[in-house]
Ligand binder design. Structure first.
Ligand code: SIN
Ligand code: MN
Length: 296
């Protein structure tokens, strides 16, 4: 059957669309093929340091995730870190330990399988959060790369972790998208300093001089797309995001997976900022977000 043999990336969108009747059929095939990154995608990841995967999660799946957020954001817990001004939740952390749906999402095959292809078979759940970036109130994330924090704060030895994002809102140029500096991961770790004052979240950040040099080389790619778009990026990739002065929320789910062999050796940050269960994550079924929990 021609439909099963095709590889969307190689055959191109036109042929691909012609073979399927409905948008949902096309989307379903895209999700399943997206679980297996193509050689072209792997080369792109090596070269640029990130991948943008439109339509990886369906509208129904995004809706199921969004539905559990208001209760989680209303919880009085230090794992909900609020913006400096206004009190909106900035980032809501440790979510797989606080909610059953997030317990499934961190084991979703459309996240775990591509991550395993890049970073190896034994990955543990290092960090789980939703970065909220509320309309009008969401502050910036300064220029940084994640390994600076993983290494300095938690003693993670090597920059091997992967950050996997799912857009929970449409993300445009206006509501605070991530900005990637393509290729910055290949220049080695830039010097950093610990910024504890710019926002409510202490972060190891890269200073303006090195950022300007990296951007002179690689430019900036904004990570924009519809809700359900996914991102994968590596631990040394320089990125940041501007404040959200638009009237549109910009929620993004983030899962960081790290090889078990590269686990942290410092245990100073709270559990919700860097999880200490180094059991390798096992993927669930592809429809796990839309199935009810088994009755007791
Ligand atoms: C953001 O939510 O804009 C920043 C995410 C990140 O630094 O991983
Ligand atoms: Mn980051």
């Amino acid at each position: 059957m021609a439909a099963i043999q095709l590889t969307p990336v190689k055959q191109g969108l036109l042929n691909f669309n012609a073979l399927f009747d409905t948008q949902s059929q096309r989307s379903e095939i895209r999700w399943k093929t997206a679980m297996k990154l193509t050689d072209t995608q792997l080369e792109q990841f090596d070269r640029d340091g990130f991948l943008i995967l439109p339509g990886l999660f369906s509208a129904g799946e995004v809706e199921a995730i969004r539905a559990v957020l208001p209760d989680l954001f209303a919880e009085d817990t230090e794992a909900n870190i609020r913006e400096k001004k206004g009190g909106a939740v900035r980032t809501s952390m440790g979510l797989h330990l606080r909610n059953e749906l997030f317990g499934k999402l961190v084991r979703h095959p459309r996240l775990v399988e591509p991550a395993r292809r890049i970073a190896g078979p034994e990955l543990y759940i290092q960090q789980v959060k939703v970065n909220v970036k509320a309309a009008f109130d969401g502050e910036q994330w300064q220029w940084h790369y994640d390994f600076a924090t993983h290494h300095n704060d938690d003693g993670v030895p090597e920059p091997l972790a992967l950050n996997l994002h799912i857009f929970l809102d449409d993300v445009s140029h206006y509501n605070g998208p991530l900005y990637f500096v393509p290729g910055s991961h290949r220049r080695g770790p830039a010097p950093t300093f610990h910024d504890t004052t710019s926002t409510s979240y202490p972060l190891w950040v890269v200073d303006r001089g090195p950022v300007a040099e990296l951007i002179a080389d690689g430019g900036i790619t904004p990570a924009i797309g519809k809700a359900g778009t996914a991102l994968i990026f590596g631990d040394n990739l320089v990125h940041g995001s501007p404040a959200n002065m638009s009237p549109w929320d910009r929620g993004i789910f983030s899962l960081i997976l790290n090889p078990v062999s590269n686990a942290q050796v410092k245990f100073e940050r709270p559990e919700y900022k860097h999880h200490t269960d180094f059991t390798p994550v096992e993927p669930l079924a592809d429809d796990c977000l839309l199935t009810e929990p088994a009755s007791q």
